[in-house]
Design a protein around this ligand. Structure first.
Ligand SMILES: Cc1ncc(COP(=O)(O)O)c(C=O)c1O
Length: 443
């Protein structure tokens, strides 16, 4: 079995040169946590510019569903590049975009009668959903959740509520977004017991938002992540979205399901909302949809798409190479990768949970499929966030050749490619435990 191989100090001499240049020329707004300067990738393995080998449990921030450089993805992309790289779906027609729209309309929950708008990213998909929800309902307000992350453009940023740094300096944001608590079972809002989390949040929307703040007939949509990603990999109770739908559908409020991080097989279902058994009105996807090629999609019930020519468009959205790769990605997902995500997810979850027997600072291990968060706390009693220790663990793992990322105030996210094998997870778990041991000794 391949293992990470770190043969230089980190960052290595060549990486250092790139980091110096990066500092000079790249926007400092990015959120890099350790100096991995990547040259190539294969499956779940990454090689840096100094020839060091890392085991990647991030999949390029939950993007590479099929792993780095999957041979069938590369072949599909090359074939399409030889034929047509760009024509713009805004002004012309081409089969790749139409074929992918047909496929997405078939696979989203609820299936029949769906239409698709294509952009290039998750933010653009949510931006499109925000615009469509207002346009169709002619209502001004939307509800979103505290802890949510929907992207960086003005609309998507205004919907987000995970970190104030995302908003700082950018006000005024888009008006009309009301944030409500997310039903987090580990740290329940309002300090209520875990089993009352769903009801308490529904009650808040009904009795505080709808009675005191805005009339529900003026609310266009509720935006939600079925499992919060950047907010800390938080899984709500299974009954929550059913209760939410029961409350809002009587007012004609739309449910917009942001599957940008949780979709495309990552949780062991094509879309994470399938775990919760409800059908949303609009689904947004990006990240995993095209195995690393830029693409975002907003899939809505056809009856909602009553906007006319010119209302919304994108020069690059629905790029033919991205669309063909997305079709191949979906084929690979349907032919085994979703199943693998579920199986490997169980295995990873079980083994991460075992670490809780030894390491008191692991407060919670949660998730579905290969979307798993390990919450690092000051102590289990108070569940207080421990971002300092979390960052040291992620750093230590990097030094040992394991790539992980932070999520939320104090979680470590595991989001490997859906191609990951048991033996690769074993190596990752072994290194992770070494990192835990190292930071524990230094405490
Ligand atoms: C749930 C969710 N929505 C939207 C986005 C924004 O996607 P993008 O960075 O492609 O604009 C992200 C990115 O992390 C996300 O996790």
């Amino acid at each position: 079995m391949l293992r990470p191989k770190i043969k230089t100090e980190l960052p290595g001499p060549i990486a250092k040169k790139w980091l110096d240049k990066d500092k000079k020329f790249i926007s400092p707004s990015y959120t890099r946590s350790y100096p991995a300067v990547v040259e190539k990738g294969e499956g779940v393995w990454i090689y840096d510019v100094d020839g060091n080998r890392f085991l990647d449990m991030t999949a390029g921030v939950a993007v590479l569903a099929t792993g780095h450089s999957h041979p069938e993805i590369i072949e599909t992309a090359i074939e399409q590049i030889k034929k047509l790289v760009h024509m713009s779906g805004t002004d012309f027609y081409y089969p790749a975009e139409i074929m992918l729209a047909e496929k997405l309309a078939e696979i989203v929950p609820g299936a029949a009668n769906r239409k698709v708008f294509f952009g290039n990213s998750g933010a653009e998909a949510n931006e499109a959903a925000f615009k469509l929800a207002r346009f169709h309902t002619k209502r001004p307000y939307v509800i979103a959740f505290i802890g949510a992350f929907h992207g960086r453009t003005y609309g998507a940023m205004s919907l987000s509520g995970s970190k104030s740094v995302h908003h700082k300096g950018f006000a005024p944001l888009i008006q009309g977004v009301i944030h409500v608590p997310y039903p987090d079972p580990y740290r329940p809002p309002f300090g209520i017991p875990e089993e009352r989390v769903s009801d308490a949040v529904i009650d808040y929307i009904d009795n505080v938002v709808f009675r005191r703040l805005v009339d529900p007939e003026e609310v266009a949509a509720v935006f939600f992540e079925p499992i919060q990603g950047e907010g800390g990999y938080i899984v709500p109770p299974l009954d929550f979205f059913r209760k939410l739908k029961d409350l809002i559908s009587k007012y004609g409020i739309l449910l917009v399901d942001d599957e940008v991080q949780s979709g495309m097989g990552r949780t062991g279902r094509m879309f994470a909302i399938e775990h919760f058994g409800i059908i949303p009105d609009i689904v947004t996807v990006a990240k995993g949809i095209a195995s690393g090629f830029p693409l975002g999609a907003m899939v809505a019930r056809s009856s909602l798409m009553d906007w006319g020519a010119g209302a919304h468009a994108s020069t690059f959205g629905g790029n033919p190479v991205s669309c063909m790769v997305a079709l191949k990605t979906i084929e690979l997902l349907e032919n085994g990768l979703i199943e693998n995500a579920e199986k490997m997810g169980h295995y990873l979850m079980e083994n991460l949970k075992k670490l809780m027997d030894t390491y008191e600072f692991i407060g919670d291990v949660r998730g579905k499929g290969l979307m798993i968060g390990v919450d690092i706390v000051k102590d289990r009693e108070s569940k207080k966030y421990n971002p300092g220790l979390r960052n040291r663990i992620v750093d230590e793992a990097f030094k040992k050749g394991l790539l992980l990322l932070a999520a939320g105030p104090s979680a470590i996210r595991w989001a490997p490619a859906l191609t990951v094998k048991k033996e690769e997870l074993d190596v990752a778990l072994e290194i992770f435990e070494e990192a835990l041991r190292t930071v524990e000794k230094r405490r």
